[in-house]
Each structure stands twice: as structure tokens, then as C-alpha cells.
Write a protein that binds this ligand. Structure first.
Ligand code: FPP
Ligand code: MG
Length: 282
């Protein structure tokens, strides 16, 4: 009896998996975002709701990240960026920070293993932010994971940790000032991505963008969609420079660990509707 039930469960999962693959292939035939970013919020509220430990909420959050990464890769999204740890998160309890660091170390090593998701889909991993603030063991895991995936060219996963946009922007400004050519005039303002003319300024916008964590080592495509989960309407200091005029900001009321295909499909359909609308009006 148990064997029959197990067999039926396997059959059900296998059919669901095939149906999902087929559906994603159909969706991928339309315009697909080049770069999707996730503010993975709501892990602790999810844990409270499920009567789990906070740490378990973060573990389930990691499972959701893998799930959404795979969905994006099947849709042929070129670049996925995820806010895994803000510099501000160091202010959380010692226990929570320690658990998050342990999770990061363990999962970074798991992600880059041969045969795992990054290898299977040809994804290059970048860990972006003020990585010198991470414990040494995590820094070693970062170096190993980045090294193992350095030749992958089909897609990019940017794990932003420990990151804030203000840190990214001030670091880039400092770098521009250090590299400035004193024979050129000083720019009046930084007006936004690629808005400042490249002529006659010491640190034009394009040069400035190249100093950002998200552009530093490998150019990333423009940010098409920024998803924030858990219903909170804040950017939380994430990708402020990259949220250019065409970025679609999407707020989902689902807590991150519960976020899945059913939450993401309406976001992609909305993107496709707007992309088709733009093509027709051109
Ligand atoms: C925000 O929810 C989530 C985080 C601060 C951590 C996100 C980390 C993961 C999903 C795992 C990342 C995996 C790797 C490999 C680094 P919250 O804690 O603010 O929850 P709340 O909004 O309900 O309080
Ligand atoms: Mg939160």
C-alpha cells in the first residue's frame, strides 16, 4: 500500500514538474526581463506565522531563493540580483547574525558544487558589497564560490551581502575621486545613470557606474524588474542607482519563503504587456 501511495505521489510531482517546465517555456517565448532583483523580505514574520525559529525562516528563505533562481534561469533571465544581507543587518541579535553567516557559508559552498544549480545552468556567482565585513570563513567561501563559477557565461547571480546602496555609491565616488584626472574640470552633479555627458568632466556618469559593486567586475544588464516581498513598500537602500527610469517596481504581499511561481507569473505577464505596449506605440 505504502509503495503504491509513494508511486502515485512521485507521478503527481513528475506531472506537475513537466507542466511547470512547459508553462515556463511558453512564457519565455515572449519578451523576458534581462535583469530581475529580489528584496527577500518577510523571513521572520513567515517563521512566526509557522511557529518556527527565526533561523528556520532564513533557511526556508534560501530554499525560496534557489526556487526563484531556477524559475528565472528557465525563463532565460540573464541576471538575478538578491539582497541577502544589508550592512544594517549586523545590528540584529548576535544569534541571528551568526546563524545567517553560517547559512551563507554553507550554502555558498553548496551552490558552487559540480552538478548543482550554478554548474547546471552555467551561472557565474558574484558576491557584492562590503565583503571585508564578513567573517573570515564566509570570505573564504565567497572566494571559492566565485572562483569555481568564474568561467560560467550563460547567466549571473549577484548575491548582495553585506550591501547598501549608499555604501555602494559612496565607495564609487571615493574611487572616482582617487582616479580623477586633475587636468579635467570637476563635474557639477551626478544626475543619474548615464545622464551626465561624458565630455569634459572628471568622473562622467559611465565611468562612475563602472565603479559600482554591480558593475565593478562584470557588466550587468539594466535592471528591468525589482520585486519586494512581504507587502512593505520600501527600497531599503537596495539598487538605488540601478533603479533607472524603466525599472518596474513590484510589491508582493507574500512573505519571501512562500514566494513562488504563482506570485511571479503575474509580474512577468505585466512586464510582457508593457513591453508589447511599447513596441506597438513605437
Ligand atoms: C529579510 O527578512 C531577510 C534577510 C535579512 C535575510 C535573507 C537571506 C536569505 C533569504 C538567505 C540567503 C542565502 C544565502 C546563500 C546568503 P526579515 O528577516 O527582515 O524578516 P521580517 O521582515 O519578517 O522581519
Ligand atoms: Mg524585514
Amino acid at each position: 500500500m505504502t509503495v503504491i501511495l509513494r508511486g502515485l505521489a512521485w507521478l503527481r510531482d513528475s506531472i506537475a514538474n513537466q507542466a511547470e517546465r512547459f508553462f515556463l517555456r511558453v512564457l519565455a517565448a515572449g519578451p523576458v526581463p534581462r535583469h530581475v532583483a529580489f528584496v527577500m523580505d518577510g523571513n521572520r514574520r513567515y517563521a512566526r506565522k509557522q511557529q518556527k525559529q527565526v533561523q528556520e525562516g532564513h533557511v526556508d528563505g534560501y530554499v525560496a531563493l534557489r526556487r526563484m533562481l531556477e524559475v528565472c534561469l528557465r525563463l532565460n533571465v540573464q541576471c538575478v540580483s538578491a539582497y541577502a544581507f544589508s550592512i544594517e543587518n549586523f545590528k540584529r541579535s548576535e544569534d541571528e547574525v551568526e546563524a545567517l553567516m553560517k547559512l551563507a557559508e554553507e550554502k555558498l559552498l553548496e551552490l558552487c558544487e559540480h552538478g548543482d544549480i550554478l554548474d547546471e545552468y552555467g551561472v557565474r556567482l558574484n558576491v557584492l558589497g562590503r565583503t571585508s565585513l564578513l567573517p573570515e570563513k564566509v570570505q573564504l567561501a565567497v572566494q571559492k564560490a566565485e572562483y569555481m563559477t568564474r568561467h560560467n557565461t550563460r547567466a549571473i547571480l549577484n548575491l548582495c551581502m553585506p550591501y547598501t546602496s549608499r555604501d555602494e555609491i559612496t565607495t564609487a565616488v571615493e574611487s572616482c575621486v582617487r582616479n580623477a584626472d586633475p587636468s579635467n574640470p570637476i563635474p557639477a552633479t551626478f544626475a543619474g545613470p548615464d545622464r551626465v555627458p561624458d565630455h569634459g568632466s572628471r568622473c562622467p556618469s559611465k565611468t562612475f557606474s563602472r565603479q559600482l559593486y554591480l558593475h565593478d567586475r562584470h557588466p550587468t544588464p539594466p535592471l528591468d524588474i525589482l520585486v519586494r516581498t512581504s507587502g512593505v513598500k520600501r527600497l531599503s537602500d537596495f539598487l538605488l542607482w540601478q533603479c533607472c527610469e524603466d525599472t518596474q517596481i513590484q510589491i508582493s504581499s507574500t512573505f519571501w519563503p512562500d514566494f513562488g511561481l504563482l506570485d511571479f507569473v503575474p509580474i512577468i505577464l505585466d512586464f510582457q504587456r508593457k513591453a508589447w505596449g511599447r513596441r506597438i506605440s513605437l
